[in-house]
Design a protein around this ligand. Structure first.
Ligand SMILES: [Zn+2]
Length: 189
């Protein structure tokens, strides 16, 4: 069910759902806020009030990302087959250069991330990423390969990323923007 909450000058749409979780979770993975409540919590009003600054700031961040993204183009023409072939190519080049080994490459619809790397060295890439420019797809592949060296996003991790992508922040910010551009498109449909 869709609801709205007014925080300062913004009317923010959100939905609630109940899950077996210990604490309340706020997810801003689409343009809409998703409030996940523990089963025994009846009402979300209090927790929203308590976290209204975080909600407001994230909403503004997404709004600004979308405003400043008019020059960012999506590649709707790339088929899934072409996308998979591109991934195989990027993984083979980069893993060779980095002296790493990937077990499998999987493509599926993911709701929270662009990609992930499992402990079995399986790389899963979000099928939405097929709409990204090639340089961003390559960046995602490199990002996940780097997780084979360092699991966490700590200093050591970013040091490795920086060796190839001195301007990695531009890519991270770009991916943040693209995430919401793509999800806004999906919502408009
Ligand atoms: Zn990561």
């Amino acid at each position: 069910m869709n609801k709205t909450i007014r925080i300062k000058d913004k009317l923010i749409p959100y939905k609630t759902s109940w899950r077996k979780v210990k604490n309340v979770r706020f997810e801003f993975k689409t343009c809409q806020l998703h409030v996940v409540l523990p089963l025994k919590m009846k009402d979300e009003k209090k927790v929203i009030k308590k976290h209204d600054r975080w909600i407001y700031n994230n909403y503004i961040k997404i709004e600004n990302a979308l405003k400043s993204s008019s020059d960012m183009k999506l590649y709707g023409k790339r088929t899934l087959k072409e996308f998979k072939a591109l991934l195989v190519e990027k993984v083979s080049i980069l893993s060779g250069e980095m002296n790493l080994c990937v077990n499998k490459i999987l493509v599926k619809k993911m709701t929270t991330n662009w990609a992930s790397m499992s402990h079995k060295k399986n790389m899963t890439v979000n099928s939405y990423a097929r709409m990204l420019p090639e340089e961003f797809i390559e960046y995602i592949v490199h990002h996940e390969l780097t997780h084979l060296i360092e699991k966490k996003h700590n200093e050591k991790y970013w040091d490795i990323v920086r060796e190839r992508y001195g301007d990695y922040k531009r890519y991270e910010e770009g991916l943040f923007k693209y995430w919401f551009i793509i999800h806004q498109k999906c919502r408009e449909k």
